[in-house]
Design a protein around this ligand. Structure first.
Ligand SMILES: Nc1ncnc2c1ncn2[C@@H]1O[C@H](COP(=O)(O)OP(=O)(O)O)[C@@H](O)[C@H]1O
Ligand SMILES: Cc1cn([C@H]2C[C@H](O)[C@@H](COP(=O)(O)OP(=O)(O)O)O2)c(=O)[nH]c1=O
Length: 244
């Protein structure tokens, strides 16, 4: 799988339920919108017909394995074609709350491991610019879910979350798009570390005025003339440009 060539930036948040994905998605959306980025937020499973079927199964009883796996894959293909790719083509930052890593981990648990299903799940997906894996101990995630929802759904029993957490770590070890972030600290501390990584990593790669990369920060003409989108927005986002 190769990096995409769209002008937009695809940012993924993944991890077990209760890891803090939705919280961080909202924070990143607000921060990037405040500096003038066009931001599209979306999630998987989607609100389309495949997603609706999957959501219903989370409370009423799970679909047979093959049917469930196919539904997640079809849902994603529709999502990519109708929403994600058009937004990336238009240059937006697309932030996803769960992506194919969830399918590898959650359906991998049902398949008895990642290897029988991973290649099929990765086929025809857009590689993200970065995927933040929010890392929290399953016991803490479960406590947060209980506090948030009052109960867990069928996908999220504690014994399953322990295995899914293990599978996410296994995926992260082999996939260089994944960045593990400690999600067990405060919301603000989680956001500070991921924002710093995002601005100095994927955001810089896509928004630096020099398409060959930022080679000479002190004598950079686009920076000195306020013509580097990345530099202007990085200063506003991080508030401490001397460290960049
Ligand atoms: N870093 C954090 N520390 C403490 N509580 C958090 C933190 N991040 C999120 N929460 C809370 O935990 C619950 C689950 O967070 P949420 O963002 O919905 O997780 P996810 O989308 O991964 O399921 C929410 O009630 C949220 O307010
Ligand atoms: C995207 C995806 C989600 N899931 C699971 C994880 C969630 O427990 C469940 C429903 O997702 P959802 O309720 O939308 O997510 P959350 O609880 O994080 O707000 O679907 C899979 O099993 N495979 C997948 O490919």
């Amino acid at each position: 799988m190769n990096a995409h060539d769209y002008p937009g930036i695809l940012v993924v948040f993944d991890g077990i339920d209760g890891a803090g994905k939705t919280t961080q998605v909202r924070r990143l959306e607000a921060a990037l919108a405040s500096v003038g980025e066009r931001v599209i937020v979306s999630k998987e499973p989607t609100d389309g017909p495949w997603g609706a079927k999957l959501r219903a199964s989370a409370t009423s009883g799970r679909l047979p394995f093959d049917e469930e796996l196919t539904a997640f894959i079809e849902d994603r293909q529709e999502h990519l074609a109708t929403k994600v790719i058009p937004a990336l083509e238009a240059g937006a930052v697309v932030i996803l709350d769960r992506y194919f890593y969830s399918t590898i981990a959650y359906q991998g648990l049902r398949a008895g491991g990642i290897s029988p299903i991973e290649a099929r799940i990765r086929r025809n997906v857009v590689e993200p610019d970065v995927a933040y894996l929010l890392d929290v101990p399953p016991t803490l995630a479960t406590a947060r879910i209980q506090a948030r929802d009052g109960a867990a759904n069928h996908f999220e029993k504690i014994e399953d979350l322990i295995q899914i957490d293990r599978l996410f770590r296994e995926i992260a070890q082999r996939d260089e798009s994944i960045v593990r972030i400690d999600g067990s600290v405060s919301e603000q501390a989680v956001f500070d570390s991921l924002l710093k990584h995002f601005v100095e990593g994927p955001f810089k790669r896509k928004r630096c005025a020099k398409d060959y990369g930022c080679d000479d920060p002190l004598h950079c003409t686009p920076r000195l003339t306020s013509n580097c989108t990345w530099w202007e927005r990085a200063k506003a986002l991080l508030g401490r440009p001397e460290t960049i």
